[in-house]
Design a protein around this ligand. Structure first.
Ligand code: GRF
Length: 220
């Protein structure tokens, strides 16, 4: 039996965020930190797009934020640079938040059980791009979102947390995407907080949460 991973620590956890766009999930995580719901700090934010709103937000907040341009580099060289920045930032968890690039197998292997992603469907249904539109086109009555660990497959790593969204009458793919996004903003910070505070382990692909050890009452 594998021991539980325990992330409880005497100091704040260090979160890294990779993004490519508006960064609303990143902002939801920052809000949770600001509100004291996650005991963590943003150690580094990296974007592959210079114009990403999420990068602008990070810079406005004075965070350690980097634009790493893609042009003229192999995928391997690019990811090696990301890995160097992440290792320098000493990140405990790496949160993909609308990061629109596939990570190389070498990169994924370098950070085992540390990379998280949020995907706008109930995986394993509708992996890949435009998951909300895919679900809408398929005619499902329920969809949702999934926080999962990143492995070498596309949106296929072990599931950490999911939320269900009902497709209501009169809904279109855009309103559905908005309703899913609300749930993303709720469960991504929750999943991060849980992984940082509750012991866990895998049984195969299944993530098993452990008990938080009772603290010993102080002697009077
Ligand atoms: C979200 O829908 C997320 O599920 C997907 O990319 C989108 C990112 O949105 N991976 P934002 O940049 O966090 O606003």
């Amino acid at each position: 039996m594998v021991d539980f991973f325990e992330h409880r620590r005497p100091s704040k956890a260090r979160l890294a965020v990779l993004l490519s766009g508006r960064g609303s999930n990143f902002q939801a995580i920052v809000r949770a930190i600001d509100q004291g719901a996650i005991w963590a700090e943003i150690a580094v934010v990296i974007s592959n797009r210079e114009q990403a709103l999420g990068l602008e937000f990070a810079r406005q907040r004075g965070m350690n934020a980097h634009f790493v341009p893609v042009a003229g580099r192999t995928r391997e060289a690019y990811d090696a640079e990301l890995a160097t920045l992440l290792e320098a930032a000493n990140a405990d968890l790496i949160c993909l938040a609308g990061y629109m690039r596939l990570l190389t197998p070498d990169f994924v292997r370098r950070f085992p059980n540390k990379i998280l992603n949020i995907h706008p469907s109930l995986l394993p249904a509708f992996p890949g791009l435009d998951a909300q539109q895919q679900a809408w086109d398929y005619g499902v009555q329920y969809t949702g979102c999934t926080v999962h660990f990143v492995d070498e497959s596309l949106d296929g790593g072990p599931i950490v947390m999911q939320a269900i969204v009902e497709v209501k009458p009169g809904e279109d793919a855009h309103s559905l995407a908005d309703h899913i996004l609300e749930q993303e903003h709720r469960i991504y910070p929750q999943a991060v907080e849980r992984l940082l505070t509750v012991p866990w382990r895998f049984e195969g692909r299944r993530l098993i949460w452990g008990e938080i050890a009772a603290t010993k009452p102080e002697q009077s």
